[in-house]
Design a protein around this ligand. Structure first.
Ligand code: MG
Length: 376
């Protein structure tokens, strides 16, 4: 299908930091997507925690399966709005590359450790991975992705970090945070697809883990409406099939809602091209009522899953591991591989090394360096 005028057109890309001749059979964003899929950081996502620790069960989401689900939802919505599906896929597959082991617990601990050294923020780290930390190509560090893909990866950024980025790359991906502008529609879409994906799969994983029950979800309108609808149509439906059918209907409803609400916003703003989108208010959105229902689901998950005592217990342990690793490498950089040990900015090198770890590698290193095993 032809791209809309307001979509990101690969031929109009603002290009790569190191200019390269075009590929013969792929456009710029397809090539970005392929580079991401072949990266080391992407493969590590298989063994990184989303909410439940990787070793707790084979069926829980990992950062990898989460990223694939974000790409699927994003592409579906992009297709309906004539946005660039390949760019959406590239951003979705890369959006969590900078996540530490052990999910948000790991990120919070690393951020604490780095408090006096510039902090640690996973969005900025995702950009750092694709800009600097992947070492695959002879001519440059990083994956040398297109501006639009990098713009989408840098979802949030503090003003201080945006200023630092702007110094290194004037008019680059940090600029919009200083000018308070929006990214292109594909980037806006990945943001919302991320939220739709984790709200839905955290229900599934939460129920699978036994930490939340389907009865508790009766209080959540977005869930209960579709559970009742499914039961009305299939009265004998229960157990996992009822859960899946409810989540399936929930996902569809949110996808159609985003398509309708965004189409209305695009019609109202009538952006003539992608740069007009950047100068306007955000356009990819839920309807007000779906926004409210999605927030209510999020509040439910916070109260009943993310802050569940069993999750909190592993969270505490994960933070201890990250802190212990940080101190061990900081005090003995030679415990890290030479590429990290030789860096001038020791704290940043330690943060980069730890952030790149999978859950199980971090546990192994913790055991090696402290003699303390992970206790279930
Ligand atoms: Mg995500």
């Amino acid at each position: 299908m032809a791209l809309a005028a307001y979509a990101s057109h690969p031929a109009a890309s603002r290009g790569r930091r190191y200019p390269e001749p075009p590929a013969p059979t792929r456009d710029a964003f397809q090539r970005d997507r392929d580079r991401i899929v072949h990266s080391t950081a992407f493969r590590r996502l298989v063994y990184k925690t989303q909410v439940f620790l990787n070793h707790e069960g084979d069926l829980f989401r990992t950062r990898m399966t989460h990223s694939l689900e974000v790409a699927q939802l994003g592409r579906s919505i992009a297709r309906a709005l004539a946005l660039n599906e390949d760019l959406v896929e590239a951003v979705a597959l890369a959006h969590d590359l900078g996540h530490t082991p052990f999910g948000h617990a790991g990120q919070d601990a690393l951020n604490d450790c780095m408090a006096d050294h510039g902090g640690f923020e996973h969005n900025l780290q995702s950009l750092r991975v694709v800009d600097e930390l992947e070492h695959r190509y002879p001519q440059y560090d990083g994956l040398n992705l297109s501006f639009e893909t990098r713009e989408g990866i840098l979802k949030h950024c503090s003003r201080a970090n945006a200023q630092r980025l702007e110094q290194r790359e004037p008019g680059g991906v940090g600029r919009r945070f200083l000018d308070r502008m929006q990214p292109g529609l594909e980037a806006q879409l990945c943001n919302l697809a991320d939220e739709i994906a984790y709200n839905a799969h955290d229900i599934d994983d939460g129920v699978r883990s036994g930490l939340i029950g389907i009865e508790q979800l009766a209080d959540v309108e977005l869930f209960d409406r579709f559970r009742r609808e499914a039961v009305a149509e299939y009265p004998a439906l229960d157990g996992r099939r009822l859960l899946y059918e409810t989540i399936r209907r929930m996902l569809s409803a949110q996808v159609y809602d985003v398509i309708d609400a965004t189409r209305a916003a695009i019609d109202a703003g009538a952006p003539a091209h992608a740069d007009a989108v950047r100068a306007a208010a955000p356009m990819v959105c839920f309807s007000p009522s779906m926004r409210e229902q999605s927030q209510a689901l999020k509040r439910f998950l916070f109260a009943n899953l993310y802050r569940h005592p069993r999750v909190a217990q592993t969270t505490g342990q994960a933070q201890d591991v990250v802190r212990a690793l940080f101190l061990a490498y900081r005090d003995n950089p030679s415990e890290m591989p030479p590429a990290y040990a030789c860096q001038q900015d020791r704290h940043r090198a330690v943060a980069d090394y730890i952030a790149g770890m999978t859950d199980r590698f971090a546990m192994r290193e913790h055991l090696r360096l402290t003699g303390r095993p992970w206790v279930e």
